[in-house]
Design a protein around this ligand. Structure first.
Ligand code: PGA
Length: 272
């Protein structure tokens, strides 16, 4: 046992390919106002939004102007800083804008745009090199008849995606466990299923990287999180937060989930 501690809870959203720049500005302004007016609610939380690339600059300008703790990130990037990569977005450019996070390996990138684990692992290393934090998405495609089948898949996917980093980099990585079958679905994965998968990931990191690093790893859950399900998911012992798609497109819903995270955080003492 490594002692007891409260863990910071993460509440984040990716808007995917939604919201114009103007709509993004309105949402970010409302969210920054809420966060600035409620410092006690967000004190032990990490709140992040991943807008479309074109809205990142405006979002960061609002944050700088209002001096807000909200973090902004991108939904993808290239593994190179510059060069002949037509249409790609450089991690160096995202850092230059003031982005804090870059989501990598989301199921839609893997399945629609054919991203491989090799590409994802190069992107993870590139984002770290540029002093931003990867939000590395992993997850099995289908709900298996036995969870062991999923765990076996997760082990290979995670190790392949992390094969270019060291143990010391892990503290700068957020792992988002997103079972693909629960993304865009009618319900999240069952609570005991999420808990078991996350416990497995922590043990795996301990085994592969040593130093009990898995116990401190930030691991969050994504896949059909809603204002109705958020509280129970946030309360899971092995879970550090929620990563929300559709249900956070409405800023009031997102703010409600931030409030829930604060309530859960206040009562959550995790011991490993
Ligand atoms: P969803 O998206 O909340 O709309 O299921 C989650 C995700 O893709 O991360």
């Amino acid at each position: 046992m490594q002692g007891e501690k409260t863990r910071k809870l993460y509440v984040g959203t990716s808007w995917k390919m939604n919201k114009t720049v103007n709509e993004s500005r309105q949402y970010i302004s409302t969210l920054c106002d809420f966060m600035n007016n409620n410092p006690q609610v967000i004190k032990n939380l990490e709140v992040f939004v991943l807008p479309a690339f074109l809205a990142i600059d405006s979002a960061i300008q609002i944050i700088n102007k209002t001096n807000s703790d909200l973090k902004i990130g991108a939904q993808d990037c290239c593994w190179e800083d510059f060069g002949a990569f037509t249409g790609e977005v450089s991690p160096m450019h995202l850092k230059d804008l003031g982005a804090s996070y870059v989501e990598l390996g989301h199921a839609e990138r893997r399945n629609i745009f054919m991203e491989t684990d090799e590409m994802v692992s190069k992107k993870v290393a590139a984002v770290i090199k540029n002093n931003m934090k990867p939000i590395l998405c992993i997850g099995e495609e289908e709900k298996p008849s036995q969870i062991n089948i999923a765990l076996h898949f997760l082990e290979h996917q995670l190790m392949d995606d992390l094969n270019k980093i060291d143990r010391t980099d892990l503290k700068n990585i957020v792992i988002a466990y997103e079972p693909v079958w629960a993304i865009g679905a009618t319900a999240s994965a069952p609570l005991d299923y999420i808990e078991e998968a996350m416990g497995f990931l922590r043990n795996l990191l301990n085994k592969k990287f040593g130093n009990n690093c898995g116990n401190d790893q930030v691991i969050i859950y994504g896949g059909s999180v809603t204002p109705e399900s958020a509280r129970d998911i946030l309360a899971l012992k092995n879970n550090d937060g929620i990563f929300v798609g559709r249900s956070a497109l409405n800023v009031e819903y997102f703010i409600n989930m931030i409030k829930m995270a604060n309530e859960v955080q206040k009562s959550k003492i995790t011991s490993f």
